[in-house]
Design a protein around this ligand. Structure first.
Ligand SMILES: Nc1ncnc2c1ncn2[C@@H]1O[C@H](COP(=O)(O)OP(=O)(O)O)[C@@H](O)[C@H]1O
Ligand SMILES: *[C@@H]1O[C@H](CO)[C@@H](O)[C@H](O)[C@H]1NC(C)=O
Ligand SMILES: *[C@@H]1O[C@H](CO)[C@@H](O)[C@H](O)[C@H]1NC(C)=O
Ligand SMILES: *[C@@H]1O[C@H](CO)[C@@H](O)[C@H](O)[C@H]1NC(C)=O
Ligand SMILES: *[C@@H]1O[C@H](CO)[C@@H](O)[C@H](O)[C@H]1NC(C)=O
Ligand SMILES: *[C@@H]1O[C@H](CO)[C@@H](O)[C@H](O)[C@H]1NC(C)=O
Ligand SMILES: [Mg+2]
Length: 595
């Protein structure tokens, strides 16, 4: 499989293709096996637990997490909790009609609970708690007359509790806690017997069971069918937002890795063991310097000599692509040096041509790439050094607070930089990695967008995954999470998340959102439904003007819309920012030309 490991989504695709071709070729596998293979196809990532489900087996009975009836070889137990499974639940689960136990709790499943589960008439226990399942509870579950346990707590389910669940005469354990359910809890059948602890932490449940009287305006009454479908349509709208969250949560595992790398880098910066030779070794084996536009007024020899002196003390940051060093020349000019470890040969040419293009892009709100050093082991990209560090640090690490005007100005600068990449560059450039650590600040807190084009450059290598690991997740648009295909509008989404981050002072995946099963976009969407969106603002931010806040929120809401067509272009964003958010000075209008 080595070849398909090249790329993350290539891998999915290949695995999907493999599954399809293999299932087509080998008719031998039992129908239950086929259903499970579709289940696996809908899983987009996991900790690897499903890797050894071999389509060439005659039946799935020895697959991990699967148990069969020894006589009939039909699947009776599918139990894969705590395996970071992410994706939707395949409706083909409904084909496992002898299934007694379905235990998929504490994974990252998203999307709806498939109503087809109602076909698994033998089901006795369903454990789906601790996922990101959304939309409403399918009333088809009421068909499962053998059901004893139904735990769907801690998901993102919305809508009403279906009355039909009251038919589940054998139900002993029922838990729908911590979802977004609303309406009156039906008093039908067995449902009357459950107490408050089965219902805690929902958005708006009422009824005898929770000792809350219902206002007489809804609930799953006789017309429950229409109301449920309206509800699920509403839920569908939110779905994409949730999708992102959950897909992000998948990447949560990766985040952990990233955190570890980051921590590693931090420790390295602080107490790094002395392998300062690293860089020197890079350049000693015969390096060459490529400068763009005479942007570096030094001889190659001078630069290389300087590079040889760099060691871990000069590290100013670590990211998905590698370490960043501070390079101070003798004449007082300072640069940032980004070390990208060499990829395979043959890639070089392509890489260099792309760098040439990136080096030709100059704009007031973009970080200037001045040249690079080409060595046998690495590429060392030489950028302008931005003394203000990254927006990420400014928002989350430094003690002094950015006030309202400073925040607006940063947002505007970032928007202009990005608009330039999207609309004024030829070829157009999709950034792909918009996040607060890629917005750098100069000494006057003016923003500059950095690392444009790099994600694309490196994505064909393993680095694609690194980009995501490096913290981009939380900023990624739902359709990008699904397809892996970047468009301008995926950048617009990330920009919207960035705006929310600047407004709230919280990282997109701040613990306070995650606790609620949401990320920053999910939280915003929730606040919007309650018309409380202003509450997202950082209380420590001084000088807020309500009018421009409302205008900015409305832009952010459009940018993080789950459907790309509803997001504005960056040009439009800049226009809106200038006309409605930033109080305009008469003489100060947008100039899209490079300096
Ligand atoms: N041109 C620069 N000037 C100043 N600091 C920089 C520059 N480029 C990068 N940095 C710092 O190095 C850190 C790591 O950068 P990078 O490798 O791009 O990773 P990431 O963008 O994922 O944080 C940044 O967060 C920033 O603090
Ligand atoms: C179902 O399978 C899981 C994992 O294989 C196992 O832990 C569990 O005990 C099984 N349940 C029953 C009732 O067989
Ligand atoms: C569920 O059962 C219905 C009717 O028995 C059938 O039409 C449908 O195809 C079944 N769905 C699945 C996924 O097996
Ligand atoms: C509710 O619980 C009581 C006592 O445990 C039992 O007698 C009754 O049958 C239950 N009702 C339903 C509908 O299951
Ligand atoms: C239901 O789940 C919630 C959240 O996991 C938990 O706090 C509660 O105790 C559970 N209720 C029952 C009846 O076990
Ligand atoms: C229900 O609420 C009422 C008034 O708030 C209270 O008197 C009663 O004890 C509560 N009953 C239960 C079962 O909690
Ligand atoms: Mg960066």
């Amino acid at each position: 499989m080595g070849f398909c490991l090249m790329e993350w989504r290539g891998l999915w695709l290949l695995c999907v293709l493999l599954t399809i071709t293999v299932t087509n070729k080998i008719r031998a596998i039992s129908p239950d096996g086929q259903a499970l293979l579709s289940f696996r196809t809908a899983v987009v990532s996991s900790d690897g637990v499903l890797l050894h489900w071999r389509p060439e087996d005659p039946d799935p009975c020895n697959w991990k997490g699967v148990k069969c009836d020894p006589k009939t070889k039909r699947v009776i137990n599918l139990s894969i909790p705590y395996h970071k499974l992410s994706g939707s639940l395949s409706p083909d689960l409904g084909k496992l009609d002898q299934l007694k136990i379905l235990a998929l709790h504490n994974n990252n499943f998203y999307g709806a609970i498939p109503s087809e589960l109602g076909n698994c008439s033998q089901l006795q226990r369903i454990y789906l708690q601790g996922n990101y399942l959304s939309e409403s509870i399918p009333s088809e579950l009421g068909e499962l007359l053998e059901l004893e346990t139904l735990d769907i707590s801690s998901n993102s389910l919305s809508g009403y509790i279906p009355r039909l669940l009251g038919k589940l005469d054998k139900l002993i354990y029922f838990n729908v806690s911590t979802n977004f359910l609303i309406g009156s809890i039906p008093l039908d059948g067995v449902l009357i017997n459950f107490t408050e602890s089965s219902f805690v932490g929902n958005r708006g449940l009422c009824g005898k069971q929770v000792n809350v009287t219902c206002k007489d305006d809804g609930g799953p009454g006789t017309n429950s069918h229409s109301s449920t479908s309206a509800q699920s349509q509403g839920a569908r709208k939110k779905y994409s937002g949730r999708l992102l969250i959950s897909a992000s949560a998948t990447v949560g595992a990766l985040l952990l890795v990233a955190l570890m790398c980051f921590w590693g880098c931090f420790l390295y910066k602080k107490f790094g063991k002395n392998d300062g030779k690293c860089l020197a070794m890079d350049v000693s084996g015969g390096a060459s310097i490529v400068m763009f536009h005479g942007d570096l007024p030094y001889s190659s020899k001078d630069i290389i000599k300087k590079l040889e002196t760099l060691n871990e003390e000069h590290i100013i940051g670590c990211g998905g692509f590698g370490k960043v060093y501070k390079l101070a020349m003798d004449d007082g000019n300072i640069f940032a040096l980004k070390r990208i470890v060499k990829m395979n040969d043959g890639f070089d040419r392509f890489f260099e041509r792309e760098l040439e293009i990136l080096g030709s892009i100059k704009h007031r709100y973009l970080v200037n790439l001045r040249g690079y050093c080409n060595s046998p082991t690495s590429k060392l990209l030489i950028y302008d050094f931005l003394p203000g560090g990254s927006l990420d640090e400014a928002l989350h690490e430094r003690s002094e607070q950015l006030d309202w005007d400073a925040r607006l100005n940063i947002i505007l600068g970032a928007a202009k930089g990005l608009a330039y990449l999207h609309h004024d560059c030829s070829p157009r450039i999709i950034h792909r990695d918009i996040k607060s650590s890629n917005i750098l600040l100069d000494g006057n807190l003016e923003a500059r967008v950095s690392d444009f084009g790099l994600a694309k450059l490196l994505e064909d290598e393993e680095s694609h995954i690194t980009t995501i690991v490096a913290g981009t997740f939380g900023y990624l648009a739902p359709e990008y999470m699904q397809s892996g295909r970047a468009k301008e509008k995926t950048d617009v989404y990330s920009f919207g998340v960035l705006v929310l981050e600047v407004l709230s002072g919280k990282r997109p995946t701040d613990a306070s959102f995650i606790e609620k099963g949401l990320n920053i976009v999910g939280w915003l969407n929730f606040l919007v439904t309650e018309n409380r969106q202003r509450e997202i603002v950082d209380p420590r931010c001084e000088g807020i003007q309500t009018e421009s806040l409302d205008a900015l929120l409305s832009i952010a809401i459009q940018c993080v819309s789950s459907s790309p067509e509803d997001r504005p272009t960056m040009h439009r964003v800049v226009q809106l920012l200038e006309s409605e958010v930033v109080t305009p000075c008469p003489s100060d209008f947008y100039d899209s030309n490079p300096e």
